[in-house]
Ligand binder design. Sequence first.
Ligand code: G3P
Length: 223
Amino acid sequence: MNLVILEGIVEIFLDTADIGAIERYKDFIDGVTTNPTILSKQENEDVQKIALEISKLINGPISVEVISSDFDDMVKEGESLAKIHPNICVKLPCTFDGLKACKNLSNKGIATNLTLCFSVPQAIMAAKCGATYVSPFVGRVDDIGQDGINLISDIVEVYNVHGFETRVLSASIRNINHFIQAAIAGTDAITIPENVLQQFFIHPLTDIGLKKFMSDWNKSKRK
Ligand code: G3P
C-alpha cells in the first residue's frame, strides 16, 4: 500500500495531534500534520501510538517529524516512523543533514515532508532531494516583516517552470486570509490549525439567511 495523495485539488490537512479535533473534522480533512511542539502538548507523548491512532481516523498523509539533528540518526528515525503506517510522511527540517536524509529516505520509497522552509533555494533543494512535500511557513515569514504568501507564489512558480513534482504544503497558517491567499497562489496542500478550520463553517450571513428561510417557511400556509 502506498501513501494516499489527493492529486489535482488542494489537500487540506489539520495541524494537530489532538485526536478529538481530528475525530471532529475527519469528514473535511485529507490528512494531518504534527510537529514536536504540537506533540509535546499531548498528554500521551508516545508518538508511535498517536500516529497509529490518527491513521485509524484518516486515510491520507500523516506528517511526523524526526527529532534527531544528524544525518545517520534522522535516517534511522525516519525508517522507524515510516514503519508505523504507509501514510506516514517523515518530516525533516530543511537543513544540510535534513536534506541529505530526505534524499536517502526518498530513494528508499519513504514519503517525506521538508519542514521549516523559508526560501526558494531551500524549496529547490527539497525537490531535488525527492521530497514528497515541502512546507513553507507563511505566518513565520510574516512575523519577520516579509510576505509569506509571496514565498508560496514563488515556490509554486519555480516548481511549475522546472516541472518539479514535490507538492507545496503551505504551513504556519494563522488566519482565513492566509488560507485563501495560499489557495489562490496554487498551493497543492495546506495545513491549518483547528481554530482556523472551525471558522470555515461559520458565516453571519449564512445564519441570518437560514433564519429568514425558516421563518418564512414557518409563516407560510404550506406547513
Ligand atoms: O505546520 C507548521 C506550523 O504548525 C507552524 O505554525 O503558527 O507555529 O508558525 P506556527
